[in-house]
Design a binder for this molecule. Sequence first.
Ligand code: ADP
Length: 261
Amino acid sequence: LEVTGAPIFSENKKWKGIVLVFHDISELKQLEQMRKDFVANVSHELKTPITSIRGFSETLLDGAMKDEAMLEQFLQIILKESGRLQSLIQDLLELSKLEQDDFHLNIENIGMQRLLHDLIPIVQQQADNKGIRLNTTLEEDPFVQGDSSRLKQVFMNLLTNAVNYTPEGGEVAIELEELEDHVKVSVKDNGVGIPEEEISRIFERFYRVDKARSRNSGGTGLGLAIVKHIIEGHHGRIYVESEVDNGTVFHVEIPKEFTQN
Ligand code: ADP
């Protein structure tokens, strides 16, 4: 709370009282803190792969290159870490685009069944690699007005997360349902789940329940922040049900008709 005060005098210069202005700066302070945290997080996330890329290149140049097995192993690490940098930069650019006020959505009529079907081959591959069953019975075929490449991005993110946070032998399912004035898509898994007290935070930039697990599966910690922006851009909503060790469901509701701001 910031307080500024000033005395008030009447016309004959007699003191009448004091005006006090109470200015609630807690929100401003919070925003400023969030900005600082964000910059610190970005720097840290960039630094880790770069340190590793430099370290392994130097070791190779110092002579490790002569050992063929080591050469191969180190190059694989360098490739993986530069891939991580690339995803991170891509997600950062994406997020900054979505946060612009004049951010544009390409609105068209979209058949939701088709949109989701288009994603299945890629997700199926990810699921197969991990021995996860993918269940996609999409019976209804509702239409919505929306940006199809953005919406694909949303469901791709949710499905990839579902596979990433589900152990081998698990199951991921996608369901599509037509409601009165919106369409609901649910992405379910029977994976690790999210502790109740952390559910409200997972949409924050770089917030991860388990940092090591997220990094190992190639996560940037920005996926859900991007998802939330896109859904809100469509005036829809996203909410989560989850239980630790039992699994998670992400529900996305998108209005059938798009309304401009
Ligand atoms: P990440 O790149 O780390 O996956 P996201 O923004 O996509 O970043 O997700 C943020 C965090 O939310 C993840 O690190 C993970 O802890 C949690 N999370 C997201 N989806 C799931 C899920 N299906 N099951 C369990 N935890 C999840």
